[in-house]
Design a protein around this ligand. Structure first.
Ligand code: NAD
Length: 481
């Protein structure tokens, strides 16, 4: 059994209550460890430790903070294999993906914000009548970072790294569904020389410890990534406290494929955008709109590719599609497919749970699924499914495609596929999403603003945006005559 503990004051501590939750391996459906079911008492320990560390961490020269973050990145790289194995076991993602994407990106997050710590600057505004304003950018204090299960260490570090770089103490909570690599990060931070109390990692359920972190008066900002419903609830709770809040929420991402696209590139990338990580990436394509002239050819080729993708043991090097993260999530995704069938949709491929043999017999596997023939109002085109399920819909004009794409409560990301860059610019300008990728998907530059419009979130992460979120701006005006 793999039992993990909280990380408080650079120590791995059992929860004060001694209550634990099961940790289940999605590939086998079996309990393989336990995690603390943390509560107020654990949070208070973390707050006391953070208060002790706060001043010296905030006042540490940024170069020294930066050195510690670089050391954390290096240790993540040195432990890449062990972290990748843990991520794959905990989440069900293919080991190849954890090795090539999740863990390298966690290291990049620390490297990137190590540089930001030493280069972040503020503005000065000179006034004509002998006065000058300068802006101080001060750490917020103690901040809370809460992350989801789909890219566990990748998204956990995407929040923690900028918060630390800006001089804050952090109380972080990974998803209770995928706690393992977060717990390993604690040890790495300790080895890298992060001072005691600067980072606490508390495990447990959202409705208990997550909620307590959000509500705590000494925690001055919350950076949250997760579902839209959870984000909405947190926003209502925090509004009366006027707490700084960053929300990265769900998506229902359209892909617009024009007649003049590079067919091979588009098929390969849309296939990846649809099914990578079992379709459990907030940025995955979920509504694919294809211009009528190439619709049948595109459909045939995409279905053929999907048919060849079979879920298999995530631990196997060759596996391209692993397990769905949990049983409740698998049932949720199957529910959408069932209701699409009942609505008269055509399941072009997939749609069924997969039973693997031997120790994987109780794991959560689902065929990649492509659905055709649903109206844009159907829940499969409106609600986030967050699994290996996409819908295909033909369109005639570019205006029609933009209308269909924007007909959504969500506004996270979109992709556009065309060789005509004038059309691409025009469409990108009109799409109501925080991110538009043209002829590519998930091509990330960490300096760019990351986040969504509408019900996909509030605020932006990445680069300067994150450093600004994790600091308070203070204007100082000096009159010098
Ligand atoms: P979730 O909202 O259920 O949980 C996310 C995190 O919030 C978990 O750590 C959970 O324990 C915690 N939580 C739950 N209730 C809480 C509460 N009341 N107070 C405080 N914390 C609480 O989401 P999930 O199922 O873990 O993740 C999937 C969702 O995350 C999808 O909707 C996906 O689109 C979204 N997501 C968004 C982005 C983005 O950048 N926009 C990235 C990844 C995932």
């Amino acid at each position: 059994m793999d039992n993990i503990d909280n990380f408080i004051g650079n120590q791995h501590l059992a929860p004060v209550s001694k209550n634990y939750l099961d940790n289940i391996c999605p590939a086998t459906g079996q309990v393989y460890g336990s995690i603390p079911n943390s509560d107020e008492a654990d949070l208070e320990l973390a707050i006391v430790a953070a208060k002790r560390a706060q001043k010296s961490w905030a006042q540490m020269p940024s170069e020294q903070r930066s050195d510690i973050l670089i050391k954390i990145a290096q240790l993540i790289e040195q432990n890449l294999e062990e972290l990748a194995q843990a991520e794959s076991l905990d989440n069900g993602k293919p080991i190849s993906l954890a090795r090539s994407v999740d863990i390298p990106r966690a290291a990049s997050n620390f490297k990137f914000f190590a540089a930001a710590a030493s280069q972040f600057a503020s503005q000065a505004h000179h006034m004509p009548n002998n006065a000058i304003n300068y802006t101080l950018r001060q750490p917020v204090g103690i901040v809370g970072c809460i992350s989801p299960w789909n890219l566990p260490l990748y998204l956990f570090t995407w929040k923690i790294a900028p918060a630390l770089a800006a001089g804050n103490c952090v109380i972080a909570k990974p998803s209770e569904v995928t706690p393992k690599t977060a717990s390993m990060l604690g040890k790495i931070c300790q080895q890298a020389g992060l001072p005691e109390g600067v980072l606490a990692i508390l495990h447990g359920e959202g409705k208990t410890i997550g909620n307590l972190i959000c509500q705590h008066r000494d925690i001055k900002a919350i950076s949250f990534t997760g579902g839209t419903q959870t984000g909405a609830y947190i926003a209502t709770q925090l509004a009366p406290q006027f707490k700084k809040l960053s929300l990265e929420l769900g998506g229902k991402n359209p892909a617009i494929v024009l007649n003049d696209c590079d067919m091979e590139l588009t098929l390969n990338e849309i296939f990846r955008a649809s099914f990578a990580n079992q379709g459990q990436i907030c940025l995955c394509a979920s509504r694919i709109y294809v211009q009528r002239e190439i619709y049948q050819d595109f459909k045939r080729a995409l279905v053929e590719k999907a048919k060849a993708l079979m879920p298999a043991d995530p631990a196997n090097e060759q596996t391209a599609m692993g397990a769905i993260v949990s049983k409740p999530h698998l049932n949720k995704v199957l529910g959408f497919i069932e209701r699409a069938k009942q609505s008269g949709a055509t399941i072009l491929t997939g749609g069924e749970q997969v039973k693997l043999a031997g120790r994987l017999a109780d794991g959560y596997y689902l065929q990649p699924t492509i659905i055709e023939g649903l109206a844009n109002e159907h829940e499969c085109n409106q609600q986030e499914i967050f699994g290996p399920v996409v819908t295909l819909t033909p369109f005639d004009s570019i205006d029609e495609a933009i209308t269909l794409a924007n007909d959504s409560d969500y506004g996270l990301a979109a992709t556009v596929w065309t060789k005509n860059l004038a059309n691409a610019h025009d469409i990108a300008e009109q799409l109501q999403t925080g991110i538009v990728w043209v002829n590519c998907w998930l091509h990330r530059d960490l300096r760019t603003p990351f986040g969504g419009m509408k019900q996909s979130g509030l605020g932006r992460e990445g680069g300067e945006e994150a450093m600004r979120f994790f600091t308070e701006a203070k204007n100082v005006c000096i009159k010098y005559t």
